[in-house]
Design a protein around this ligand. Structure first.
Ligand code: ZN
Length: 479
């Protein structure tokens, strides 16, 4: 059953990959500017799709704000066994986030509207003893703003982190670089002196930050904007064919290539703990007879998940009070944990759409907005069998372009817990209890353990005051 349901989302992912494949070769305009935050914005030319829901014990580490004055959304995967690689990604993400918060958010309001930090992840390989992850960073506050991408590898055989250049054997590094330069020379925006500088001994490792394999075994190297050519020309992509590159690969590179082209199916990094938290099994009728004209209703909403184990814990609290809520889920997390989204729907909650990777939709083109939302709706449908009808724009940022790009109905909120800013369960509970009014829509986030810990107190106190917890659609339908 589950296998069949997952198929449509994978087909969709592959079709998105194919539509961007044509950008290989020439400087890519799709990877430039703030608009590149969107799904599939990086020219992910023919990287093979990986189903993250098959990675045992996967934890997505997310930290998001929901406020336009300090808009950030960062996430990276923590895979059991690959702690060395997780640590490198964690360090990178935390440093970017800390710099962003100190510069763009220090005054409490963004200095200009381009300020936004978004870091999202894609799996490149997760099979046998090989793990590969790409982090895509959009930082509107950085100099030379634009998209930058980095790939991170884990070698389960040697139990070690591998940076991208480690895919090529030391003895063939010079031949490999010479071929890359040959491929880049003559392209629009490439300057020979800058090219030499980018590959000198001190810069080479940083220049070769994004290397991965295509589905047919080619080695794909992506260069950030301004690294090998003039910034205006955008990013550059070189794909070396399998026959050219295979003799140059390191032992790990050969295994990474093999696990990309012919995945053995199961990821085994020798982790001792890969048990996923139990998924709650409560079920409730899809119809709710609560009449919000007669009784006091309130709609709690939880954004940015699902997250393990937080969402599972939340579901058990909600079941105790027979409370129904609305989850505004992020597509990349739905793909990682479809079983949790399925449990949300089964328990009578509403599952809404909160975009694929949490960008400010008002900065994207209509096509990218549509892609962000339709990819997520497809993942929700694959998990639950049902298309969502509601969406919540990240940061509450919405305009006429966003409204026109989707048939989904937008949902904002009138009680903001600011729980992303204050990781304090007592404070979050008190905010909701103090501000709760009849028919309120309350904003919370189930990626934070402190927000989930606040829920029993909220349910207990508001139930005693006569509130009924309903979904957003139910609230709207009965008013
Ligand atoms: Zn959010």
């Amino acid at each position: 059953m589950r296998k069949n349901l997952v198929v449509p989302s994978l087909l969709l992912l592959s079709s998105l990959v194919l539509t961007t494949a044509c950008s290989s070769g020439a400087p890519s305009s799709s990877g430039t500017g703030p608009a590149a935050v969107g799904a599939g914005s990086s020219p992910t030319a023919a990287n093979r799709g990986v189903d993250p829901s098959k990675i045992k014990g996967l934890d997505i580490v997310s930290d998001n704000s929901e406020h336009g004055s300090c808009p950030f959304a960062t996430s990276y995967p923590a895979v059991p066994g690959a702690e060395a690689t997780t640590a490198v990604m964690k360090k990178y993400v935390e440093e970017r986030l800390s710099t962003f918060r100190e510069t763009a958010c220090a005054s409490g309001s963004a200095v200009n509207q381009d300020h936004e930090l978004n870091i999202s992840y894609t799996f490149l390989a997760a099979s046998g003893d090989v793990l590969g992850v790409r982090l895509s960073t959009q930082d509107g506050s950085a100099a030379g703003s634009g998209l930058s991408t980095n790939t991170y590898w884990y070698d389960g055989k040697d139990r070690t982190y591998r940076a991208a250049p480690g895919l090529v054997a030391d003895g063939f590094r010079d031949a490999f670089v010479a071929e890359l330069k040959k491929q880049l020379k003559g392209r629009q925006g490439i300057d020979a002196a800058q090219l030499d500088g980018a590959f000198d001994d001190t810069s080479r490792a940083a220049t070769l930050a994004d290397m991965s394999f295509t589905a047919d075994g080619g080695l794909r190297v992506e260069f950030d904007r301004g690294v090998v050519g003039v910034p205006a020309a955008g990013t550059y992509l070189v794909t070396l064919p399998e026959t050219t590159v295979t003799p140059w690969l390191s032992g790990f590179g050969k295994r990474a290539q093999r696990q990309t082209v012919h995945p053995s199916g199961t990821l085994d990094l020798g982790a001792t703990h890969t048990t996923a938290p139990a998924v709650p099994t409560e079920s409730a009728s899809s119809t709710d007879s609560t009449d919000c004209k007669q009784v006091k209703c309130i709609a709690l909403t939880f954004d940015d998940g699902p997250a393990a184990p937080e969402t599972a814990t939340l579901l058990t609290y909600l079941a105790k009070y027979r409370a129904r809520v609305t989850f505004f889920t992020v597509g990349q997390n739905v793909a990682a944990h479809p079983e949790l989204v399925r449990a949300e729907a089964r328990a009578g909650h509403e599952v809404g759409n909160h975009s694929w990777n949490h960008p400010d939709l008002t900065k994207l083109s209509p096509e990218m907005i549509a892609s962000q939302l339709s990819r997520t709706s497809a993942a929700i449908k694959a998990a639950t069998g049902k298309e969502p009808t509601l969406f919540r724009p990240p940061y509450g940022a919405i305009n006429s372009t966003v409204r026109a790009a989707t048939a989904l109905s937008p949902v904002l909120w009138d009680v903001d817990t600011e729980d992303w800013k204050y990781p304090d369960a007592a404070r979050v509970a008190q905010t909701v209890i103090t501000k709760a009014a009849r028919n309120s829509v309350v904003l919370m986030h189930d990626i934070h353990p402190t927000s989930v810990a606040a829920v029993p107190e909220i349910l207990r106190t508001l139930t005693a005051r006569g509130f009924h917890f309903v979904t957003v659609s139910h609230l709207r339908a009965t008013l």
